[in-house]
Design a protein around this ligand. Structure first.
Ligand code: PLP
Length: 402
């Protein structure tokens, strides 16, 4: 460890590991995406159209669901899924505080209550046993998150749901490629919701998708995502001739556009190749960092497939003189961008004030939230980039040993 521990940190005026900043979550965009976007613009069909339909079809095939509905975000998909499975004001939905805000925000949008159940310290996913302790007469649904690309224990959660006649919506924003016990994520629950936000594994700039096998849910989400207009109203100005639409209920403006789908079609075609590249980077990080005062979440159970979305390190703060935020700042000065996924959601002001959550309520999520740091993991990283990240993390942590 001594080799790089002696160099002066950039944050203290030393030479940074990189002069060209490595941003976290750099998107991997290739010529084929650029050409497809250009063709979309030239076609004049910028809104929801044939490219969205093609992307939905390819996505269904990839995840093995009967239906897939493209939307303008995962958040929109979570919102519509909650309505589609019948969540109503006063209901409770059990989810995990170790997640992005929108997972729980959508529950509050319906006047329902997000009931948090702590995560497991190893998997960082919801602990099914704790979830079962949170059940009441009002519990309507479970909303697990496949954290960092590792699947939540769907076997246990499905057993819980079956016993109590609950619905399940999966937040699979991190988990497009994942599988649980040989079953592809996207083909398991009532609804599974994916994100194509710029830092995710498949990107469309902004975008999301809901997959389901239920024709009624599929139909409803399709209509609800476009103002509640009668089916296929997006074709109303096409060469099939003008047609009247009917408003069947007041829906939302959540549709995906062909501009976005143009990116998605080619991104999805490379999804497995990109996973393979991230898998290589993952193994190199594991090798290069394993002797440092940090913990890397363990490999998934046999039969599960990890989507390798976030490479997370959990700092051993007892062995370091500096906090996670100071490590983050020091890495920034070395030219390395990182992410924090996440500070525990129940500690954010809205959740404290509205639901009375506070410190100590979910010790595992809080423990993770204080020491977690995500390293760059884009398939577009060069081997040199990866070595720079390892060098910078080693340099910063070795200089901060107690
Ligand atoms: C990114 C993300 C979302 C939201 O996705 P958008 O497409 O930005 O709406 C939801 N949940 C998790 C866990 C996420 O990481």
């Amino acid at each position: 460890m001594a080799d790089d521990g002696s160099a002066r940190l950039a944050i203290d005026g030393g030479r940074p590991v990189r002069t060209e900043y490595l941003i976290f979550g750099k998107p991997d965009i290739r010529e084929e995406e650029i050409r497809e976007v250009e063709a979309t613009i030239r076609s004049g069909w910028l809104g929801t159209g044939p490219r969205v339909a093609a992307f939905e079809k390819a996505f269904c095939e990839y995840v093995g669901s009967r239906y897939a509905m493209a939307l303008n975000s995962c958040t929109a998909g979570l919102h519509l899924s909650m309505i589609a499975i019948g969540v109503k004001p006063g209901d409770e939905v059990i989810t995990c505080p170790m997640t992005f805000a929108s997972t729980a925000n959508v529950i509050t949008h319906l006047g329902a209550t997000p009931v948090f159940a702590d995560c497991d310290r190893e998997t960082l996913c919801i602990d099914a046993e704790r979830a079962s302790e949170k059940m009441t007469q009002r519990t309507r649904a479970l909303l697990p998150v496949h954290f960092a690309g590792r699947t939540a224990d769907m076997t246990a959660l499905q057993a819980l749901a079956r016993d109590r006649k609950l619905r399940i919506v999966e937040d699979a924003a991190h988990a497009i490629e994942a599988a649980h016990q040989g079953r592809k994520i996207g083909s398991i629950s009532d609804c599974t919701v994916f994100s194509f936000y710029v830092t995710k594994n498949v990107i469309t700039g902004e975008g999301g998708m809901v997959s389901t096998d239920d024709p009624q849910i599929a139909d409803w989400i399709k209509v609800a995502g476009l103002h509640g207009l009668s089916r296929d109203a997006w074709k109303r100005y096409s060469d099939e001739g003008f047609r009247h639409y009917e408003v069947t209920f007041p829906g939302f403006k959540y549709n995906m556009t062909d501009m976005q789908a143009a990116l998605g079609i080619h991104q999805l075609a490379r999804v497995e190749a990109n996973l393979k590249r991230r898998d290589e980077i993952w193994r190199r990080y594991t090798e290069g960092l394993s002797d440092l005062p940090l913990r890397i979440p363990p490999e998934p159970a046999q039969g599960d497939r990890h989507a390798r979305h976030l490479f997370i390190i959990l700092l051993d703060l007892d062995q370091l003189r500096i906090s996670r935020d100071q490590v983050l700042q020091a890495l920034h000065a070395e030219g390395i961008g990182t992410g924090v996924h996440y500070r525990a959601l129940h500690l954010h002001p809205y959740y404290r004030e509205r639901y009375g959550y506070g410190e100590g309520d979910f010790p595992n999520a809080e423990w993770v939230g204080e020491r977690t740091l995500s390293l760059p993991l884009s398939p577009g990283l060069s081997n040199r980039d990866v070595e720079d990240v390892i060098l910078a993390v080693r340099k910063v942590l070795c200089s901060a040993l107690v």
